[in-house]
Design a protein around this ligand. Structure first.
Ligand SMILES: Cc1cc2nc3c(=O)[nH]c(=O)nc-3n(C[C@H](O)[C@H](O)[C@H](O)COP(=O)(O)OP(=O)(O)OC[C@H]3O[C@@H](n4cnc5c(N)ncnc54)[C@H](O)[C@@H]3O)c2cc1C
Length: 343
């Protein structure tokens, strides 16, 4: 296990903000897991697990230890029902895993192409894009309990997966280190093209009956156009979740604010577009110091160059206040925020 003290996290987060970790530990094999407890006394109140750093904002240093799980490995096993189980260790790059699954003739995660980060973080917020969520294909998660030192297998139903949420992000936050994920994929491809824009992109590519690889290509093309590339402009993708409200609230808001997009969920709830709310508070493309709201997408906060995490967080708070004052809706951040503890 590699160990570095007073390590910079700047190259380890997609916002590219400077922050330091008291110690950085790099897990290189599953044998290193036990020593997180026996030698390093992992404590979720002080230490944290980091994947690719594409869903985290460091507004403060980490005084304790940052653990990078870089254990690699992937394999495909046929299941008895004709499907295939793709097993990936947490350190695998998510997008490369998607491309590899397509090369193996499997489908199911093509709509999740080009999401940054590592496989181990995928269940954390049940990654989703273009009409597909990880929950559609997840079979199970293997995780190390950082309290007891034991390994647990969680079936999909036990992971508490919901819109940008899971037990690992909420009820059991900080307790488990994801070791492996298992996905159930198919050889028979049935395209998921319900998401607005995907069919049009395929048509623009001259594709009528797409293969899974072509759906992946279409998703990549749209994403490259719509989202700032973190390698060029620091960002963490969508900074806010789309708010879930009761249908009664959605109806009242819809009557008051013309054009407000409302997506009915189940019989009681509805999802609102956070991007629309932010844009209608005048934030799209606006700067606050060295932090800004992307002019490409109102949900994406960007580092315009040398912004601190605290500056980006201040912008997020200002947006949240505007949306609360105008629409009475409380936006929730999607990335994990590392900030000073309130005393
Ligand atoms: C340009 C851009 C576009 C994006 N688009 C999307 C999108 O379309 N859909 C979407 O859902 N997300 C999107 N994201 C967010 C992000 O890519 C995903 O949430 C991704 O899964 C985060 O992976 P990561 O490895 O970078 O996690 P990190 O940012 O390193 O960590 C995120 C959280 O997971 C925890 N964690 C990470 N690895 C482990 C592990 N092995 N065990 C336990 N806990 C762990 C961390 O402690 C942290 O709380 C986007 C981000 C960017 C920058």
């Amino acid at each position: 296990m590699k160990q570095t003290f007073d390590a910079s996290l700047k190259d380890l987060n997609s916002f590219s903000v400077e922050a330091y970790a008291g110690r950085l530990l790099e897990l290189e094999s599953a044998d290193d897991l036990q020593s997180l407890i026996t030698d390093f006394h992992f404590d979720a109140a002080r230490d944290l697990i980091l994947g690719g750093g594409s869903n985290i904002l460091f507004a403060e240093n980490v005084e304790g230890t940052v653990v990078l799980n870089r254990v690699m490995g992937r394999q495909i096993t046929p299941a008895s029902d004709g499907t295939f189980i793709l097993e990936a260790c947490a350190g695998e790059n998510w997008h490369e895993l998607v491309l590899w699954s397509l090369e193996q003739g499997l489908s199911g995660i093509e709509n999740l192409s080009l999401i940054p980060g590592l496989a181990g973080a995928a269940p954390m917020q049940n990654i989703g894009a273009y009409g597909v969520e990880l929950s559609d294909v997840l079979n199970s998660v293997q995780a190390f309990d950082l309290q007891s030192g034991t390994i647990h297998e969680f079936r999909r139903e036990e992971c508490g997966l919901a819109y940008r949420d899971s037990r690992f992000k909420s009820a059991d936050a900080g307790r488990y280190l994801v070791i492996k994920i298992r996905l159930r994929l198919q050889r028979n491809f049935s395209p998921q093209l319900n998401y607005a824009g995907l069919g049009e992109e395929l048509a623009a590519m001259g594709v009528d009956k797409p293969t899974a690889k072509q759906v992946s290509e279409a998703v990549i093309r749209i994403r490259r156009r719509k989202l700032p590339d973190p390698a060029v402009t620091g960002n963490a993708g969508s900074f806010f979740r789309n708010p879930l409200v009761s249908q009664a609230t959605a109806k009242l808001l819809g009557a008051e604010f013309e054009g407000l997009p409302v997506y009915l969920q189940d019989e009681e709830s509805a999802k609102l577009s956070a991007a629309w709310l932010i844009e209608h508070c005048g934030w799209k493309g606006r700067c606050m110091g060295r932090a800004a709201v992307s002019s490409q997408h109102a949900l994406v906060l960007v580092n315009n160059g040398n912004a601190t995490g605290a500056e980006i967080l201040a912008l997020a708070y200002a947006i949240r206040k505007s949306v609360r004052d105008r629409f009475g809706i409380e936006l929730q951040a999607e990335p994990r925020i590392v900030e000073a503890k309130q005393s």
